[in-house]
Design a protein around this ligand. Sequence first.
Ligand code: F3S
Length: 380
Amino acid sequence: MLGGECGEASQQSMEILVALGKIYGATRMIPVTSSQISGVSYKTIGDAGLEYLQAMVNKGAKVSIPSFLNPAGMDRQQWKEMKVPASFAKKQIEVLDAYSEMGITMTCTCAPYQVGIRPKRGEHVAWSESSAVCFANSVLGARTNREGGPSALASAICGVTPNYGLHLEENRLAEFIVEVEAELKGYADFGAAGYFSGEATKGKNVAFSGIRAADETCLKGLGAAMAASGSTALFYVKGITPEFKAKGGAERITLGKKELLETRGKIGVKEKPQLITLGCPHASLEEISRVSKMVEGKKLSCGLWVCTAKKTKVEAAKKGFVATIEKAGGKVVADTCMVVCPLEEMGYSVTGCNSGKAAKYLGSMCKQKVVFGELEDILC
Ligand code: F3S
């Protein structure tokens, strides 16, 4: 590939992987079983990203392993009624067309593990969405570095990744232990706990002790917030995640009620939101079912989006959840999310959420005032 015998796109992709391997001291390439590719929303990649993708298509790029997309900047079906500007939609469709030409599956989700893409413990993959990376490493026990969009695409084309970082067992020990004394009661609490822990540990592997119970939804929210506030790519929860490995002499910090309340106060304002956004990372069928039960028979006084994968939306529609949410005045939004769509161009400035990751990026990337809390507290 590096010599150009497999074409220009493979050569260029292998050059990226070899350069990364040299920077991080990898001694060889290892096969990966799937690639999850970020850099899909036109809002985040712009014209430069689109041109890069189209150039790859023109060079004959085709993926060689199962490869999946992160959320795009709009719902491919509902973009007009959601008031996405037509100029944005045109560019977004060009981005999606380029990925499709390369053979990448249009999952458009940051939670591929909820639509059947679940690498096994010890399986090596090349994923790039930060929350999905955290989930794959921590909750599934798979092995992936936090790839960038171009390196994940390069792995998708070449089928390998340089063997460094979290692919090596010696780099998978926790360097921080967070002793959780606060009671984490719901998704927003797990998001705030992740936000606090990510910020305090700055990208290092983290092990939690003291968390008594956490289902996959809570772990998803915890990891996503840590990945956003501190670039965390791996965490363990004692007695809950499949692995728990910490360095001897790991640093210890405490997350008590005081730290949790301070974090919640720091990331949210007290205002009435124009729009409540749920599903960061993308909502599972079970979460959509819960929202549907909560809004059944009500008329919401502000907008509501539940962001999810297309496949999950189809299942939710079959069970009647989508119709119930729409009757209350909300929407189930597929393929995109509150952060990567052009929310600020769609007339919103105060947005509610229950996700630590969304709270971080709605403020910094979308110019929103953020109202943060458990679903039952922010629903209006
Ligand atoms: Fe997914 Fe968007 Fe959150 S990509 S993790 S819903 S910011």
